[in-house]
Design a protein around this ligand. Structure first.
Ligand code: MLT
Length: 395
């Protein structure tokens, strides 16, 4: 008889955001007249920028005309897209060969798929609290996972120690959920550690466009990273592609382990397992990387940043400690009065109809914390912020 993948037995009952959406849906059905204020999953509320929309329309027209119609696109990305993404890195002084950039259908898809490159017996080290897909995708693949705890004591930016043992290391900076961002020196410590050990860092840079201080946007700004890192990027949060799905992954040609070249392996993987990403979407991605596109997506990012400031002011007013919000779209707050994070989730939903994300959902060491997303509608965010402030001060 066929045996299913038994690793699924080691997963939690449901994925964090799926579980939350079921709870919220049940509440909505029971209270159909109450408005809900969504600061939970990091889903964007601003439409795609004009340059992207224009490119989408033009690409649809291309598909309507036999002279410009496109069938399959190259599996690793159309050359113009790979070139445009490499050009985006060049703006920060990172030189990439366009063949080191691979188009993807978004960071969350890619974070699971990329595990194909690594033997399942190589354990993963995940800094925690963590985006739950890192853990769940590793567990599904039967990989052993260990955690490195982040907390106020290390500003939510843990570093490798003498006794740290890892083959595959997940780092996310700006961090989801804590909003913490590694400095150059701190990332150098990780890169040096990985090169010494022969480990590989999977660097999730999905939120890099929210950095406003002088901090690294890419691990490839760090010397030596080309020998030990893969970077996973997304246009979801930077350019509003959560629904349209588009991202890219950087695998340096210099990255080798045990005589195998990871860039060449990923070419082999993509050419086997995909038939490319939609031509229409890649044309929109190219438009995002243009001067006008980059300016326009910054306008949207600034709206989310103002949302974050509104939320931070409300927490200041309530005397609540928090992290993130400045260089990241997430605010990581301490639950009031030492409350447990799911209790605080229920309180916010039931009393003021605000949806956030309980810290425990990002791992055990997230207990006692709560994540607020700044991706919501500005007016909803303003109302939610005032409701949170008033609920806490009047308790
Ligand atoms: C989040 O809320 O953590 C993200 O939106 C989830 C995701 O990007 O898949």
């Amino acid at each position: 008889m066929l045996k299913p993948n038994g690793n699924y037995r080691n997963l939690k009952d449901s994925y964090l955001f799926f579980g939350i959406s079921k709870k919220v849906e049940a509440y909505r059905k029971a209270h159909p007249d109450l408005p809900l204020y969504r600061l939970g999953i990091g889903d964007v509320s601003r439409p795609l920028c004009d340059e992207a929309i224009k490119a989408l329309h033009a690409a649809v027209n291309d598909q309507a005309d036999a002279r410009t119609f496109r069938g399959y696109t190259p599996e690793c990305g159309i050359p113009e897209f790979r070139q445009a993404a490499a050009g985006y890195y060049a703006r920060r002084g990172v030189r990439l060969d366009p063949e080191e950039v691979f188009v993807s259908s978004g960071a969350s898809d890619e974070l699971g798929d990329i595990l194909d490159l690594f033997d399942a017996s190589s354990p993963a080290l995940i800094t925690q609290p963590a985006y739950p897909a890192y853990v769940d995708a590793s567990v599904m693949a039967g990989r052993k996972v260990s955690f490195l705890n982040a907390g106020p004591e290390n500003d939510f930016l843990p570093l490798p120690g003498e006794d740290t043992e890892a083959d595959l290391i997940y780092l996310c900076s700006p961090n989801n959920p804590t909003g913490a961002v590694y400095s150059r020196e701190q990332l150098q410590a990780w890169v040096d550690y990985a090169n010494r050990r022969g480990a590989v860092i999977l660097f999730d840079a999905a939120y890099e466009a929210f950095i406003e201080e002088d901090l690294p946007h890419s691990i490839f700004e760090i010397p030596g990273a080309e020998n030990c890192a893969v970077e996973i990027c997304s246009l979801s949060k930077t350019a509003g592609f959560t629904g349209t799905r588009l991202g890219y992954t950087v695998i340096p040609k210099a990255l080798e382990r045990d005589g195998m070249n990871l860039n060449a392996m990923w070419v082999r993987n993509r050419t086997t397992k995909t038939n490319g990403i939609s031509y229409i979407l890649q044309k929109a991605g190219i438009a995002v990387f243009s001067d006008a596109g980059l300016r326009q997506i910054q306008e949207n990012i600034q709206i989310y940043k103002e949302n974050a400031r509104v939320l931070m002011r409300a927490l200041d007013g309530a005397g609540i400690r928090y992290w993130g919000g400045k260089n990241a779209p997430y605010i990581w707050m301490a639950c009031p009065d030492g409350m447990k994070s799911w209790d605080f989730f229920d309180l916010l939903l039931n009393e003021i109809q605000v949806i956030g994300t309980p810290g425990e959902g990002f791992g055990a060491c997230g207990e006692g914390f709560f994540r607020l997303s700044s991706f919501g509608d500005p007016e909803d965010t303003r109302i939610a912020a005032e409701r949170i402030r008033s609920l806490i001060v009047n308790r």
